[in-house]
Design a protein around this ligand. Sequence first.
Ligand code: G3I
Length: 391
Amino acid sequence: MQRRKILRLCTKSYTFKHKPIFIPMPACLKSYICLALLACLLIAEGCKKNSPSTTQPVVATLKATAPFPMGSAITSNGILSNYFYQGVLLTEYNSMTADYEMKFDITEPKRGAFNYAPGDAIVGFAAQHHLRMHGHNFIWHQALPDWVLNFQGDTPAWETLFKTHIQSEATHYKGQVASWDVVNEAIRDDNGQLRNQDVSPGDGTGSIWRQHLGPDYIARAFQYAHEADPGALLFYNDYGQEWGGVKLDSMIALVTGLKNRGIPISGIGMQMHIDINVDTAGITSALKRLAATGLLVHISELDISVNPGNDPNIVFTSALQLKQSALYQFIAESYRKNVPAAQRYGITTWEFCDADSWIPPFFNRKDWPLPFDATYKKKPAYFGLLKGLTN
Ligand code: G3I
């Protein structure tokens, strides 16, 4: 309204209802006055728009609050077919990890027959929306196709199978994936040794990679990945660091040994599949010791089970919700306090909505481990995590 009035004054005489009012002045003076008035008006409007009182309230988000990337494991179905899932991901997170669709069983279901379509959908979405993409994973003792589990080759044939899988996928995603979990969960829970034979025959805890390729398969996996994609950051990923003891000791010895040999390892994934009764001192100690290696530290698969006892009658009470919230807050605070800024690769939850968690189906129990509930509503856990990220 104001601007129109001034423009009218500048372009023709201003008249009241009853009579015209002419302002006698040389035309050039009139132009300068008009331009000055217009400039003042534009500045005033600009100031008004930017003044806090007229801007929308800023709603805090995980990614805007965290001084490092905030990620989630995701599935192609979630990001492409579920608009609540997509909305939360794009609002709250700036990093993605493929939950299962970039693993061996999906990407090479038959020898030499590569299926990168699901991973391509995920990587394409990350690129389209400018999220960091963390690849997961090249080598694991699980999620293997039958042709690998039944492969009857000599050692050179196993090495070729192993190297071809890593370098085919790393080459396919070269330049699109910022980092990879190159080797996942190579260390036993009970004695800290490299997984080799099953703990109990047929229990799936052994590693065919160690059995057929020897203990140094891990170093070669990193070398093969680096050859194929020299620009990607390369991680060793595992769980149970917060237990301390032989598992953490072995993991630190492994990654330190690789680093000291000049093997191209960039960081450690600390999965953090924990529960409500976790020893928080163990988390702090583990973060300090992992940070002391000088490598990047990625909390890579965080979720907090509230029903570790498999209670079929459990109720997710307010008390449980608040305890879970306090633990999410503690983890974010401890990560910020104990991992130097330059080594923080970020915090990734393993999915973000309770309905998508692996825990209830895997353990066949009721559980609510993530920051968002089954309707994609923020839980107290979300606010605890957000508070722990805030300075
Ligand atoms: O979605 C398909 C469905 O269309 C199909 O009908 C069905 C039967 O084949 O499979 C479904 O996919 C399953 C997927 O979970 C659903 O999310 C895959 O078979 C199944 O293998 C996959 O399991 C994943 C598991 O790793 C093995 O890849 C879990 O989601 C995933 O949470 C779990 O993640 C692991 C990390 O990679 C490593 N750390 C531990 C973590 C939890 O076990």
